[in-house]
Design a protein around this ligand. Sequence first.
Ligand SMILES: [Zn+2]
Length: 243
Amino acid sequence: MSGKSIISIIAVLFLSLSITRENRAANPQQGKEDIVSAVMERFRPARDGNCRQFFQSIRPPRLSSAMKALALTYLPPDGEVMPDARSVAVLDELLPILALHERESFVEIKLIQAAPAAVAMYARCVLLISEQTIRLLSVHELQALTAHELGHEYVWGAYESALERRDSRSMRELELWCDGVAVLTLLDLGIEPRSLVSGISKINRYNSRFGVPQNAGDYPPDRLRSRFLRNLLVFTRKSGSIP
Ligand SMILES: [Zn+2]
């Protein structure tokens, strides 16, 4: 991978927030309800309690410093851009999100040149954000997508395994899980949870100019994401709204 540019990496990773097609299950409605129920169940311990305690109880250890250093050597420098003053101010707003997940002094944030709007976690230690994304999203929407990406670390191994098996259903479940992590994070910080849905919608609309990605079926449709998040708010007895 050392020969690849950051742009080529992000071109793959941005798909975690890309447009999706409907699931082609034999009984699509049944399949969607099953996925929503399965992911909801994973949030049961957070139902009445403090989400920080819940995250603490399931958080994996940080990547070791040696592994982080190794990962960074595989991340090519071309494509990284120096943020201007406005971007610096926006990126600073992401620190409370990282702090809630105890990654504020570990995960590095890099602004990159890339055609798509994209936010992606690289190797559990670098948050890649394309310049387009900074321009496109509000601060709250960018905070929401950052929280979603941090959610991936909780299920990193499971996602890699599902990817290896080409198990689209499992990947859709794990994406919903990350949405749930994002919404609980936003609620804890007093941020309107609909920022997640509006942020994803903006990115999807922007990236639609690049066509539908080949692995679109690995991601839950927007309507399913909204349904899951509405159910999660009820399930965890939190106030907030999802369009
Ligand atoms: Zn994702």
